[in-house]
Write a protein that binds this ligand. Structure first.
Ligand SMILES: Nc1nc2c(ncn2[C@@H]2O[C@H](COP(=O)(O)OP(=O)(O)OP(=O)(O)O)[C@@H](O)[C@H]2O)c(=O)[nH]1
Length: 340
């Protein structure tokens, strides 16, 4: 199945609030759409004519609604509810209204305009994780507990292996035995060695050992998992800083990527997480998990608009191949329910 097909099917298994909301927005006024005069005499008159005439003229008899102040306000509200965030919602709505204000618009036109706006915001950030000739390339993976770090590392490792790269994983969340075990399971699935350390031991020392081994073996990629206990921010910050300090003793240019894994189902909370982790680490890219089965994917638009950080991939399921490259137009189409 195509990326779009899979994304659309999975993203909206739980139904898109945005898609349905847009339908409701326009049809809310549909009965009166035929009777309302255009707001501005200069505006083109687009009166829906049902039946034969509309078919002969090629015009759609889909419901239309005048794009007026009330419509703009409702659209803003809808976008805020869809997790785009207030700032982005206002900007996107203003851009859609520009040039259309006072005109009758159909749902299809609004969806297309919205998809275009979202694509414009997302296109610059839709970037795969860069691969460098530098060996080993050190990839630090950060994010709160449960965001999907372990799963994402497993999926990424599997994709890198399939692309012919050699990979080592370091299980840096040494405080949770279950997290280490889980990573080992993913390592086995991906066919990648996982380096572990005794429970409660120093993750920085594990990272150092893992980099030493990766250098000795000439491995292409070293992926370092980290803890995600945000409850004690100062400790976590120190832990991440120490990992970076220590691996830089072996390679001053490391880490080459710091990936922040975010859970789409947390909605606007993801914005706070980006802010917090950017203070703790030099985040170079994002991976958004659990886009399947959530109607909260709109937060990605807010993140792109606000931070401009590359979105390397999205998680659309729990299986090893459920990690896809991020495609701006496909995402916008899936989110708004506009045609592919
Ligand atoms: N539906 C779905 N579930 C996912 C996805 N990614 C991860 N999960 C699930 O989310 C849960 C948490 O994922 P983990 O990979 O354990 O998250 P973590 O960030 O490593 O969490 P800790 O191990 O607690 O630090 C697991 O049940 C995963 O199967 C995804 O893209 N879609």
């Amino acid at each position: 199945m195509s990326f779009f097909g899979k994304l659309k099917e999975r993203m909206f298994r739980s139904s898109s609030k945005l898609d349905e909301g847009l339908d409701a927005l326009v049809s809310a006024d549909a009965t009166s759409a035929l009777d309302i005069p255009p707001a501005s005499p200069a505006a083109p008159v687009e009166i829906a004519k049902p039946g034969l005439l509309s078919r002969l003229t090629g015009r759609s008899d889909a419901p239309r609604r005048v794009l007026d102040d009330a419509f703009v306000e409702e659209l803003e509200d809808l976008l805020v509810q869809a997790d785009l965030g207030v700032e982005t919602a206002l900007k996107v709505t203003a851009n859609i209204a520009a040039g259309r204000f006072g005109r009758r618009v159909s749902t299809a036109e609004i969806k297309e305009a919205l998809a275009d706006e979202i694509t414009r915001i997302m296109e610059p950030v839709a970037r795969p994780m860069p691969l460098y000739p530098k060996r080993p390339q050190v990839v630090l993976v950060v994010g709160v507990n449960g965001a999907g770090k372990t799963t994402t590392i497993g999926k990424l490792a599997s994709q890198f292996r399939a692309a012919g790269k050699s990979v080592i994983i370091a299980a840096g969340d040494t405080f949770r035995a279950a997290a280490v075990e889980q990573l080992q399971v993913w390592g086995d699935r991906a066919g990648v060695p996982v380096m572990t350390a005794p429970e409660g031991s120093d993750p920085a020392s594990l990272a150092f050992d893992a980099l030493t081994r990766a250098q000795a073996e000439g491995v292409d990629l070293l992926m370092i998992d980290t803890a995600g206990r945000l409850q004690n921010r100062a400790d976590l910050m120190e832990e991440l800083a120490k990992i970076v300090r220590v691996i830089r003793k072996k390679d001053p240019s490391a880490p080459h990527n710091t990936l922040l894994v975010l859970d789409a189902t947390t909605g606007q909370n993801a914005v706070t997480q980006v802010e917090v982790f950017r203070q703790m680490a030099n985040v170079t890219g994002l991976i958004m998990t659990k886009l399947d089965g959530t109607a909260r994917g709109g937060v990605l638009v807010a993140l792109a608009d606000r931070f401009g950080l590359p979105i390397h991939a999205i998680g659309v399921g729990e299986q090893i191949d459920d990690l896809d490259a991020f495609d701006a137009r496909d995402f916008a189409a899936a989110l708004t329910g506009s045609p592919d």
